[in-house]
Design a protein around this ligand. Structure first.
Ligand code: FES
Ligand SMILES: [Fe+2]
Length: 423
């Protein structure tokens, strides 16, 4: 009988090192709630909990299918500290494997992406086929109870939605589209998988991954931090969308005199991507999809951010831009105006996120309050707080204040002042 393990060793799931009572102040109505307790941005045990239970516990976005289209084409991905290979097999199937040799555990593939006919461990040269099967290694013929068929690469679940590749290390998450919920119908009129990457930037940000998503969820900071963005999509012209699923969705309106988010505000001759309605053409959609994907759909391009948490105070971010291949084929195609705009905007965001990371470490800091236009931040924080509490209670959506218009906010402030005066 072989004693080879059939599944990778998994750390036991354990209770969150933060209690329901500690996040109770966040699980209130927005106008009464406190932001998340500061230690969730710094505590190593909380970070480990998030990686073991959330990132290794369900679907996580890792890249684009276009980077593994041909047989043997692969890319590496990091999920909860695990080094994963995503590769297209000779049979056309996209698979994911732990990048760990079954012999004495060396990492097998060192190049971040490429094409390989098979994988050969650099240590003692064990060879694995693209479907993970181990070929009979040298000098193993005499081993007792050793069947190479049982010593292939350890596989993880791999799924694709709209050209985006997801992995599920737990093996027991619901089907990918079930997990994504209403993310799927929200983008059903588009074929985002048909778009192609025109470029990407990698950033190493000294901030907690949750701080980056919170930052993405509000435009309260836009007038001061992003004057260029605020000129094209003013911070108070947006709405968040109803949701049912692991995401927070919203849109910002593009002012009539502009076409898209770029340095010039123009789309450089690019039409809207296929599937856009007239309404879509004047909007930028922002979706934060649990746990690590930011999906920003502009009239003429898609932008994706992948967040890879490395430590409580460090997150690697890849930001990539995708366009209609028909536009990319034209001699006149030049995406630099859009890419440079967002590179500038990204850096502006990382800077304030790093400031938040530094300040929330202070002994003087206690959890602050949400402004009336940070409802989506509260929405994301509730996803976090409910998961820490793990008490079966999903904080109801009506606790999240609807993004109020300026006029409604003024009315509300006036009536509150009146009632205070009457007290
Ligand atoms: S560790 Fe891979 S062949 Fe020895
Ligand atoms: Fe921002």
């Amino acid at each position: 009988m072989s004693e080879s393990p059939v599944s990778p060793r998994r750390r036991e799931r354990f209770d969150a090192p933060i209690s329901a009572s500690e996040v109770a102040a966040t699980r209130q109505a927005t106008y009464r709630a406190n932001v998340l307790p500061p230690r969730v941005f710094h505590d190593r045990s909380i970070f480990d909990y998030e990686m073991d239970n959330w990132y290794a516990g369900g679907w996580v976005s890792v890249g684009r299918e276009e980077n593994a289209l041909a047989p043997g084409q692969y890319f590496l991905a990091s999920v909860a500290g695990e080094n994963m290979i995503v590769v297209r097999g000779n049979d056309g199937v996209l698979r994911a494997f732990y990048n760990v040799c079954r012999h004495r555990g060396a990492v097998i593939v060192e190049e971040a992406c490429g094409t390989a006919p098979r994988f050969q461990c650099p240590y003692h040269a064990w060879i694995y086929d693209l479907d993970g099967k181990l070929r009979q290694p040298r000098h193993t013929e005499l081993l007792e109870g050793f069947d190479p068929g049982e010593w292939g690469l350890i596989e993880a679940r791999c799924g694709v939605w709209q050209g985006i590749v997801y992995l599920d290390l737990s093996g027991d998450a619901p089907a990918l589209e079930t997990f994504l919920g209403d993310v799927v119908p929200n983008f059903a009129r588009f074929d985002l998988g048909a778009l192609r990457e025109a470029g990407h930037f990698d950033y190493d940000v000294a901030a907690n991954w949750k701080a980056l998503i919170e930052n993405y969820e509000e435009c309260y900071h836009c007038p001061g931090v992003h004057p260029q963005l605020n000129k094209i999509t003013p911070y108070n012209m947006g709405e968040y969308l109803p949701w049912n699923g692991p995401f927070i969705g919203s849109y910002m309106e593009v002012l009539p005199e502009y076409e898209t988010l770029s340095l010039s505000g123009e789309a450089a001759g690019r039409p809207a991507i296929p599937g856009m309605t007239d309404e879509d053409e004047k909007r930028v959609y922002y979706f934060a999809i649990w746990p690590n994907q930011l999906l920003s759909l502009h009239p003429d391009y898609l932008m994706l951010h992948w967040l890879t948490p490395m430590a409580p105070d460090r997150t690697l971010v890849r930001c990539a831009w995708f366009f209609d291949p028909a536009e990319m084929a034209k001699d006149s195609f030049d995406p630099s105006d859009a890419i440079e705009f967002w590179d500038m905007t990204n850096r502006q965001d990382w800077h304030v996120c790093e400031l938040q990371q530094q300040g929330t470490r202070s002994r003087a800091y206690t959890a602050g309050r949400y402004s009336a236009i940070e409802s989506s931040v509260h929405g994301f924080d509730l996803m976090v707080a409910d998961r820490y509490a793990n008490d079966g209670v999903i904080t109801p959506q009506h606790r999240i204040a609807k993004q109020a218009s300026d006029a409604a906010l003024k009315d509300r402030a006036k009536s509150m002042a009146k009632s205070r005066a009457a007290d």
